[in-house]
Structures are given as structure tokens and as C-alpha cells.
Design a protein around this ligand. Structure first.
Ligand code: SF4
Length: 189
């Protein structure tokens, strides 16, 4: 594999490549734009490697081979994989977050983008889009940590969200309207 392109933009103003359009169901589609840090390509053009450089912690990205979308919170690699395939037309593509620092030992987390990963990605999209269409925006803070709730770190509503938000979520999470979201975000182990 050799580097083929860096900062490959798609769907953004001035980019040569159009948005990635993913069909989900009933003729509906979702368009994504973005910029890929790096795409490597096999000399015969059959394989691609998408790399997204990360300078932060590797921990939130562990387990991608088991759950390639991290319960709906990591959609980046499938989108990038599709964008790279559209650009180069290769038969196969793999995508990885590359933790390119000594602290994280230059390790990578990711997967080859196959049928299973694409199906998981599309399912997560359907749940998210249908939730938005139905007006379902449950306040879900996640786990309490030393520095606050997991999901509230950069949320602009942090100051107005109730202090007992965790208990509020526990009361709401069994609502029938949230069943699909709950299956995605908090599946039974
Ligand atoms: S502050 Fe409230 S709305 Fe924002 S992420 Fe936390 S629970 Fe959700």
C-alpha cells in the first residue's frame, strides 16, 4: 500500500468529489460530507486503506471489530470507506483510526469494510434518522465520571439540563417510543 491522497474532501464547498449518499430505506437517503486524512492504495488498485489520525485517547475506540459503529456513535469510518471507494473504485477498503503518538504506541483501531459492517452502519443510520423524524431527542447523559457525565462534556445544554438527569433518563428509557434507540445505544448484554 502506498499513499494515494491526503485530506481527501468530499461534499464540501470546492471539493471535486461529491457527498457520500447512503440509501437507508423507503427511497430515503442521507448525504455526508467530510475530509479524510489519508488514503493508501495497493499498486494494482484493488485495495484501499483509509486512515484517520487521532492524537487523543484510544480507549473510546476499542472494540470496533466487534461493534463497528460503537452503538451509533462512530459512523466516520464507514462514511470514509465509501468515499474512498467512490474516489478510487477499488474492490475492498479498510478503515482505521490511527493513534499516532508514543503514548498510544502508534496502534490502530478499525476494520475492513464488509457486508456486516455496512449493514450495522445502515441500521444505526435508520434508527438515528427515524428518531429525528419522530422528534425523539431523549436527554441521555451516559455514565457519571470524575469530570461529569460521559455524554455532557461538550453539550451546550449542560447548564440547563436537570441535575438528576441520570435518574430522569432511567425513568424514560423504557418508554416504548425509545425501544429502537435503546436497542442501539444500550443493548442488553
Ligand atoms: S447535558 Fe442534557 S442534553 Fe446535553 S448531553 Fe447531557 S443529558 Fe443530553
Amino acid at each position: 500500500m502506498v499513499p494515494a491522497e491526503v485530506e481527501l474532501s468530499f461534499g464540501v464547498r470546492g471539493a471535486a468529489q461529491p457527498a457520500v449518499v447512503v440509501e437507508i430505506a423507503d427511497g430515503r437517503a442521507v448525504a455526508f460530507r467530510g475530509r479524510i486524512d489519508r488514503v493508501d492504495r495497493a499498486p494494482d488498485g484493488t485495495h484501499l486503506l483509509v486512515l484517520d489520525y487521532k492524537s487523543g485517547s484510544r480507549n473510546p475506540y476499542r472494540g470496533l471489530t466487534t461493534d463497528p459503529v460503537k452503538r451509533g456513535r462512530a459512523l466516520q469510518l464507514p462514511v470514509y470507506g465509501i468515499a474512498a471507494q467512490q474516489r478510487f473504485g477499488a474492490a475492498s477498503v479498510a478503515g482505521y483510526y490511527w493513534f499516532a503518538t508514543e503514548r498510544w504506541s502508534y496502534e490502530r483501531e478499525g476494520f475492513p469494510l464488509g457486508e456486516r459492517e455496512l449493514a450495522t452502519f445502515r441500521h444505526a443510520l435508520v434508527v438515528i434518522i427515524e428518531g429525528i423524524e419522530r422528534g425523539l431527542f431523549p436527554a441521555r447523559p451516559g455514565e457519571r465520571r470524575n469530570d461529569g457525565f460521559e455524554n455532557c462534556q461538550i453539550c451546550p445544554y449542560d447548564r440547563v439540563c436537570p441535575r438528576d438527569r441520570s435518574r430522569a433518563w432511567q425513568r424514560k428509557r423504557r418508554a416504548p417510543e425509545l425501544r429502537d434507540f435503546l436497542d442501539l445505544a444500550e443493548p442488553e448484554d
